[in-house]
Design a protein around this ligand. Structure first.
Ligand code: RIB
Ligand code: CA
Length: 352
């Protein structure tokens, strides 16, 4: 499992996010990656409402000196389901305890579906879509441009749970649970593509092995040359703010502390599952993940099972495959790379 190094080649990426604490870390990871070319960010309602998702992305981009990246607002509600958000998980604004200055830059004049379609048409076969939120915008874009799966190089999706419990209902994962109809439409649209063009799905089965601890944050601060080196802990006052010197590390610690507290309050320990940054790393370096081909579909009508992602590993449905499901990775190799990239990047963020 190897991470692609910078400067050899870059991956043109379109992000579709519901920022969110881990979506924030995914964005920072990509901004810190010289092998990532972020073509735009599509904002979907999910963890928080779509407009707040957009504000969060504009604000992180300004903090990191990358305000030129296009941020397009998309669907405010799912295709059919009533909108549900989860401020209790990600904080009232979706970035935990981080407090970013209100952004000066503006949203794109394009709708997120236009961003998807026009970006893919402009660079046919080159663009990787990275979806770390509900699939509403991509589904709407496919409805407008059915050729989109063939125009994209591929998509990487953080979502679903296969041989693993859900995190939103007992059998459904958040990004799919928010908009099951969208997820089904997207997976169906990739049916029959060759394996190398099929969606790479990063399900909870693997993303819940990407366990960030306070020690990882301390290592990140050290890599960024930030001081003091802080070690957040469950005995800290709730909402304690970081005093470390580096502005990006400080905001990331404040964001992740909220996530530590949430996971601890839900009997998962004082840790954070870094679902989205892992999917971002897979988008740049597919070789870090082992995958298995399957036909994936989404339960829409189950009384208890709506939003469940089902994988047919053995062709029992007699349908063509449509997904490469990540089954294994090396979490510590991922954290070593995240700390290396983001630590180096943070060193160059000018003090506020
Ligand atoms: O289930 C985890 C996913 O749902 C992550 O993308 C998190 O940000 C939320 O969107
Ligand atoms: Ca997300």
């Amino acid at each position: 499992m190897t991470f692609t190094r910078a400067a050899t080649s870059t991956t043109p990426l379109l992000m579709d996010v519901d920022t969110g604490i881990d979506d924030s870390l995914a964005l920072i990871y990509l901004l810190a990656s010289e092998d990532a070319e972020i073509l735009g960010i599509s904002c979907t309602a999910g963890n928080v409402p779509a407009r707040q998702v957009g504000i969060n992305n504009l604000a992180w981009l300004e903090l990191c000196g990358r305000s030129g990246i296009e941020v397009a607002l998309g669907a405010e509600v799912p295709l059919l389901a009533p909108l549900m958000t989860t401020e209790e998980t990600h904080g009232p604004q979706g970035i935990g305890y981080a407090e970013l200055p209100a952004p000066q830059s503006k949203f794109s004049t394009r709708h997120a579906t236009q961003l998807w379609i026009e970006t893919a048409r402009a660079r046919p076969g080159e663009v990787t879509g990275l979806i770390t939120g509900p699939l509403t915008n991509l589904a709407l874009a496919i409805k407008l441009e059915p050729e989109l799966p063939h125009l994209l190089k591929r998509i990487v999706v953080m979502g679903g749970a296969f041989n693993h419990p859900g995190n939103t209902t007992p059998c459904s994962e958040w990004n799919v649970a928010v908009d099951p109809e969208a997820a089904k439409l997207v997976f169906d649209a990739f049916s029959g593509l060759p394996p190398e063009r099929q969606p790479v799905i990063c399900p909870l089965d693997v993303t819940e092995t990407i366990v960030m601890t306070p020690q990882h944050l301390a290592r990140l601060a050290e890599a960024a040359g930030s001081s003091p080196i802080e070690l957040p802990g469950p005995d800290d006052a709730k909402g304690l703010r970081s005093q470390t010197s580096n502005p990006l590390v400080r905001q990331l610690i404040d964001a992740v502390r909220f996530y530590f507290e949430f996971h601890a309050e839900h009997e998962q320990g004082y840790i954070s599952h870094l679902h989205d940054p892992f999917a971002a790393a897979v988008a740049l370096s597919p070789g870090i993940a082992e995958t298995r081909e399957a036909t994936v579909d989404v339960e829409l009508t189950g009384t208890l099972s709506r939003g469940a992602t089902i994988a047919d590993w053995h062709g029992l449905w007699g349908r063509p495959s449509n997904a490469q499901i990540v089954t294994r990775t090396d979490p510590e190799a991922f954290f070593n790379e995240l700390i290396r990239r983001v630590g180096d990047f943070a060193r160059h963020i000018l003090a506020e």
